[in-house]
Design a protein around this ligand. Structure first.
Ligand code: ZN
Length: 350
């Protein structure tokens, strides 16, 4: 545990649900953990006892990626922990593959509707269909424009074409829309939708005042900072500003809220964690400003912000993150952006 984590309270200690089993957090609220084939090796999912359309059963929040291990673990959970009633609804916090991966499979298995925001649903459909602009081939010129020139890396990036559809082969063809501020009744409790931006198009966190529980998705994580990236589909975006603004939307929640994050362990200390995240980004912004006393492209910034070896998957996130910090400073009027004769975009302190 690092010193920042030691400022948070983990009420369950080192307890982790075993693969295929559910850990009860409160009556009718369960925690599952699924493995992921990335450096970030797990995702937390949540089961909530529900009543919908006159039927009793359970609803899931997030799905895990589409692979045999996750499907087998779900089969075990469904057989042992849903009173034989199966799923009534599938809620997705956002479109990323670890959250939306098995949505098609789970929804069709139970004829259960998918609940999501319009932004997340639309992006999931676009990326699952590998439409031009959101397939792997669109990312390559984006990365090249920002200084990724190493031929071995370029080749690997070019091969990533089918990354999203492999992990999210199907998204339901219809959905139920969630919007900011909606009250969603799930079983015995109302949950409030709190949308957030900067990590994904229209992320939905769910807050239950009755239980004092926040399902934070990827917006607030206890151990790692949420990825905030400029992507090829929106090359002129300012996602870091959007993310920092979104953190403010959790400021009114009670200090002793139990936060259920998508990665890491349930914790208390929401306001402390938000302050830590703000400090983290302020420190990164200061580093980037310092570096930009000379013209720097995003690829030049990556080793300054990330002082460890990165695989290609991690590099894409790191580059997007470096660019998000450069763009905030650029939007704030602190940096200017210039295109070199080599076609690469560089940022320079004004
Ligand atoms: Zn995510």
């Amino acid at each position: 545990m690092n010193h920042l984590e030691s400022q948070l309270d983990y009420p369950l200690g080192d307890t982790l649900p075993a693969l295929g089993s559910v850990h009860a957090l409160a009556p009718g609220l369960g925690w599952l953990r699924m493995p992921l084939p990335f450096a970030l090796d797990h995702i937390n999912l949540w089961l909530i006892r529900d009543e919908h359309d006159g039927r009793a059963g359970w609803s899931a929040v997030d799905c895990g990626v589409a692979n045999d291990t996750t499907r087998a673990a779900w089969e075990q959970v469904l057989a042992s922990s849903t009173d034989g009633q199966g799923l009534l609804r599938v809620f997705a916090t956002h479109c990323h593959p670890d959250h939306m991966g098995l949505s098609g499979w789970l929804c069709s298995k139970f004829d259960a509707p998918l609940w999501a925001t319009a932004g997340e649903y639309a992006f999931a459909r676009m990326m699952s269909a590998a439409l031009p602009g959101v397939d792997g081939s669109a990312a390559l010129p984006h990365f090249q424009r920002h200084g990724v020139l190493d031929p071995a890396v370029v080749e690997k990036l070019a091969e990533r074409r089918n990354y999203y559809p492999t992990l999210v082969p199907a998204v339901p063809h219809a959905y139920t829309r969630m919007q900011d501020g909606n009250q969603v009744r799930i079983g015995a409790h109302d949950w409030t939708v709190i949308t957030g931006f900067g990590h994904s198009p229209e992320h939905a966190a769910l807050y239950c005042a009755g239980l004092k529980v926040l399902i934070s998705g990827d917006m607030v994580l206890p151990r790692i900072s949420t990825n905030v990236s400029v992507f090829a589909i929106e090359p002129e975006g300012n996602p870091l500003q959007q993310y920092l603004d979104s953190l403010g939307k959790f400021g009114h929640l009670p200090a002793d809220t139990l936060v259920l994050p998508s990665h890491g362990k349930p914790f208390r200390g929401l306001h402390t964690r938000i302050a830590q995240l703000r400090d983290h980004h302020s420190a990164r912004l200061a580093e980037v400003m310092q570096a930009c006393q000379q013209p720097m492209c995003a690829a030049d910034i990556v080793p300054i912000m990330f002082r460890r070896a990165l695989d290609v998957h991690q590099l894409t996130f790191a580059l997007g993150e470096a660019l998000a910090h450069l763009h905030k400073l650029w939007f704030d009027g602190i940096l200017r952006r210039e295109k070199g004769e080599d076609g690469i975009l560089r940022f320079h302190l004004i």
